[in-house]
Design a protein around this ligand. Structure first.
Ligand code: T46
Length: 151
């Protein structure tokens, strides 16, 4: 049996600054099996962008926070493949906390979202799929600069 994934969010125009409403928790397809379950992710199918990079965050000490920046053009999909953590997302107008604690749900973040990750459980593994390879010039690390970017 396969669980059906959530419908993809509409893609954003490059000229429009996204809002919190464009951030979505998406359910991934899961193939149930007596041998164990299997969940898969394909670029431009289960998530709305082609995957250029994957990375993992793990062995996070209790009380640590990651992120605290935004990206000018990068889109990401964040999955708690083990354990749990929260992603706090801020579009410059409002904030929302997304708890992630299942490996078959992930959070889609469009460009221009200030994000912080906290509340990591012991043994949590955060997998991130990204639409572009690593590029430091895409980061906005200063919150006032983030707020001042055009809408
Ligand atoms: C995000 C959250 C969830 C690389 O060399 N390649 C990479 O692909 C990444 C992501 C990082 N790095 C280097 C850059 C820094 O020297 O690894 C070091 C730590 O990166 P950073 O401080 O950006 O890590 P986080 O956990 O604060 O943020 C990362 C992503 O950068 C960010 O896009 O959304 O994870």
């Amino acid at each position: 049996m396969t669980d059906q994934p959530t419908a993809l969010p509409p893609t954003q125009s490059d000229s429009t600054r996204p809002s919190l409403a464009d951030c979505r928790v998406l359910q991934l397809p899961t193939v149930h099996d007596r041998r164990g379950n299997l969940t898969f992710i394909e670029g431009e199918r289960q998530i709305p962008f082609a995957i250029a990079r994957a990375y993992y965050i793990y062995d996070v000490p209790g009380g640590s926070e990651r992120g605290s920046h935004a990206h000018r053009s990068l889109e990401q999909f964040i999955v708690a493949v083990s354990g749990s953590f929260d992603v706090v997302v801020d579009d410059g107008r409002e904030q929302r906390r997304f708890p992630l604690n299942r490996c078959y749900f992930g959070l889609y973040l469009p460009r221009m979202m200030w994000r912080s990750l906290d509340n990591f459980s012991s043994g949590a593994v955060c997998m991130v799929l990204a639409s572009q390879v690593y590029d430091e010039s895409d980061y906005i690390r200063d919150y006032e600069t983030f707020l001042a970017e055009p809408r």
